[in-house]
Design a protein around this ligand. Structure first.
Ligand SMILES: NC(=O)c1ccc[n+]([C@@H]2O[C@H](COP(=O)([O-])OP(=O)(O)OC[C@H]3O[C@@H](n4cnc5c(N)ncnc54)[C@H](OP(=O)(O)O)[C@@H]3O)[C@@H](O)[C@H]2O)c1
Length: 358
């Protein structure tokens, strides 16, 4: 397995190899199992722009936990094999279809098609695009698309806490959690961030207080740091972890469930892990309205493209350009290195975002 070493802003991208213009270099996921076997570089026809679409030359595509879930047949909305994966991308429009007036060739854009980003040329509906700043490094820019907007919206649109409050961020060493921890600290919140012990120094660098998510009584450990409880918990664990998280909340606090990845996905049972989260969200909505939760509430979050997405993405790019936010890039890989990138995410051996440079 060859993985680029951990790097930060500004490191050089691998050199592009030129393919004939009509050929599209891409990666397919062909089945479920080891990435070395089922994540394979391939070629296809270069797409052309149709009514309402544009063709984008991809500069950088993100490698996400979603692809790990798809490979394990554990994704809530699993595509049929074979398919071209790739949740998000940044690139330049090279062709504009009939009826598209908002964009022109040469515009730099970001998009979250949820699949299809791992190719050199991709056709995208024009109405799903967000503007990307011309001068931001492509790997940094793509790390802000799904992970960044998720972190930003959970913090600023969902919980909307005043500075001075305390939050618990699960997976503060991960793609979403690292950005969320930095954004929360920048907003003036006290942040407790869970991570594996090897990554606690990274969590400290964000200005957060690290805690091992494997601590036997995590609730008690959090209460030791925050005796009144915390004002928000951001949870991707799910299942009974949601009950642990609920008990960490101070009066008026919010539990945000943004996945159930740790608790309970099983192959072929993609919806089942969401049932505990849905059941608890509905039950707590009722008990809250009966005045039985001390003002505590629970919400589920799922990132969606749209106007708010575009506004929040622009703000994340601004914060990054100003050096407030420091997205970490774990590795930049050519398309042929996609399996190694997925492997790194699967094994949890690196910190930060793995990015494909087609
Ligand atoms: N709802 C949405 O719209 C949305 C959007 C984006 C992502 N997500 C979901 O958010 C989750 C995180 O995504 P990501 O891209 O940040 O993934 P990632 O980069 O792989 O990070 C995963 C994080 O989880 C931590 N972790 C591993 N096992 C854990 C456990 N038992 N308890 C608590 N934390 C644990 C890891 O810590 P160590 O590495 O230190 O072990 C790491 O910090 C995924 O489930 C993804 O599907 C949801």
């Amino acid at each position: 397995m060859s993985i680029d070493s951990t790097e930060h802003a500004g490191a050089a991208a691998p050199a592009r190899t030129q393919a004939p213009a009509e050929v599209n270099a891409l990666v397919r996921m062909t089945g479920s199992g080891d990435p070395e076997r089922y994540v394979v570089p391939d070629e296809g026809a270069r797409p052309t722009a149709r009514k309402g679409t544009v063709v984008v030359e991809v500069e950088a595509a993100g490698v996400s936990y979603a692809e790990v879930q798809m490979l394990q047949h554990l994704h809530p909305f699993p595509p049929k094999f074979p398919f071209v994966p790739g949740y998000d991308l940044v690139g330049t429009i090279v062709e504009v279809g009939p009826g598209v007036t908002a964009w022109k060739s040469g515009d730099r854009i970001a998009a979250m098609p949820r699949q299809g980003a791992w190719q050199r040329y991709v056709e995208l509906p024009a109405k799903t695009l967000a503007a990307a700043p011309a001068d931001l490094d492509a790997a940094l820019a793509v790390s802000l698309v799904t992970n960044g907007v998720t972190a930003y919206q959970m913090l600023h649109r969902l919980t909307r806490l005043e500075p001075g409050r305390t939050v618990l961020v699960h997976g503060a060493s991960g793609g979403v959690g690292a950005l969320l921890a930095q954004l929360a600290v920048h907003h003036g919140l006290r942040v407790i961030g869970t991570a594996s012990p090897a990554k606690h120094d990274t969590v400290r660098e964000f200005g957060a207080e690290p805690l091992d998510y494997r601590t036997p009584d995590l609730g008690a450990a959090v209460r030791e740091l925050a005796p009144q409880g915390v004002d928000a918990v951001f949870d991707h664990i799910g299942g009974s972890g949601l009950d642990v998280a609920w008990k960490m909340l101070a009066e008026g606090g919010t539990l945000v469930s943004f996945d159930s990845s740790v608790a309970g996905y099983r192959p072929g049972q993609w919806f089942r892990p969401h049932v505990p989260a849905l059941r608890r969200t509905v039950a707590r909505w009722f008990t809250r309205h009966l005045g039985l939760t001390g003002g505590r509430r629970m919400s589920m979050y799922y990132v969606k493209p749209g106007k708010a997405f575009n506004t929040d993405y622009a703000e994340l790019c601004r914060l990054t350009a100003e050096g407030v936010l420091r997205p970490q890039i774990a590795g930049r890989h050519p398309l042929g290195g996609a399996a190694a990138a997925v492997r790194a995410l699967l094994d949890g051996t690196t910190v930060g975002k793995h990015v494909l440079i087609p």
